[in-house]
Design a protein around this ligand. Structure first.
Ligand code: OOG
Ligand code: NI
Length: 284
């Protein structure tokens, strides 16, 4: 039987075509204990169970909680986990949005669209096909969230809007640059080189005001992320089942992170731009 983590990665893969591109570029195996996975990050809603939905599963596999963080400007709390039984397994970073701190309207939108299925590890319930232009199109699934509700929530918290569409799910995996293999050379000595290399192969990196690398204050953590894949998703305009009008919207899928790690743990300042990677307004 496939493990919980592998199943979760397969769900994330469906909304992240960039993962396959990166795996091909660096010849990365999908074996999670190969040492190349630095961490895997999940997003959740506090009101539907939050971090514990994921941590309950992780603990069954021997993962242990290490530290917790608060990101006050984003109203997000996070914890990370390590598996002392197998240190080649990725760290797991699990966050939750403190939805009770959002506006009343945002809370109503979240609560009215998160039924009991949202508190399970649903991943993305649709499946994806490519249309003629090569754009990913989600077929056979229309979420309950209305077009107007999604638009509203996105401008208040794009983390919340992402989680409402995807459910409790992996939002990115992070590869450790020290274990990436260059096809011609022995490896990469810096995150800059990794970014230039994949950018030249056509993979866009998130760029905030000209900055593509987030460096922690002590300089020991450097992180970059690819622009999230975009998915075209039909959303309803009315809760009434007799009104079939749908509007196609672009929603963010998953992304891939690269990390140069010289210390354990995460940084409460560093990932603020990473949280924005799923913003569909990012340049592609
Ligand atoms: C998580 C961002 C934080 C890191 O490596 O610091 C993170 C998210 O975007 O959900 O992954
Ligand atoms: Ni990360």
């Amino acid at each position: 039987m496939k493990s919980f983590l592998q199943q979760s990665v397969e769900k994330y893969r469906k909304v992240t075509p960039t993962l396959n591109t990166i795996e091909n570029i660096f010849n990365i195996s999908s074996d999670l204990s190969s040492g190349v996975y630095d961490h895997i990050a999940f997003r959740t809603f506090k009101c539907s169970g939050g971090i514990s939905i994921v941590s309950d599963e992780l603990e069954k596999y021997g993962y242990q909680e290490k530290e917790s963080y608060m990101f006050p400007t984003k109203k997000i709390r996070a914890k990370w986990y390590l598996n002392p039984k197998d240190l080649y397994l990725p760290r797991i970073f699990v966050s939750q949005i403190e939805d009770n701190l959002l506006s009343r309207l945002a809370q109503n939108i979240i609560r009215s669209n998160t039924d009991s299925s949202h508190s399970k590890l649903i991943g993305f319930p649709g499946y994806i096909d490519e249309d003629e232009e090569g754009e990913s199109k989600i077929k056979s699934w229309v979420p309950s969230v209305l077009f107007d509700e999604y638009q509203y929530l996105k401008q208040e918290s794009q983390y919340a809007a992402w989680t409402l569409i995807h459910g409790t799910m992996i939002n990115h995996v992070a590869f450790s640059i020290s274990n990436l293999k260059h096809p011609e050379m022995s490896g990469f000595d810096s995150l800059e080189r990794v970014n230039t290399y994949i950018n030249n192969l056509g993979v866009p990196i998130v760029d905030v005001d000209g900055k593509t690398i987030n460096v922690s204050r002590d300089g020991l953590l450097k992180q970059s992320s690819t622009v999230a894949d975009r998915l075209c998703l039909p959303l309803r305009t009315s809760k009434h089942n007799d009104d079939p009008t749908l509007i196609d919207v672009n929603v963010g899928g998953g992304f891939v992170e690269f990390i140069d790690r010289q210390k354990e743990g995460f940084d409460p300042e560093n990932p603020l731009n990473i949280f924005e990677s799923t913003n569909v307004n990012n340049k592609q």
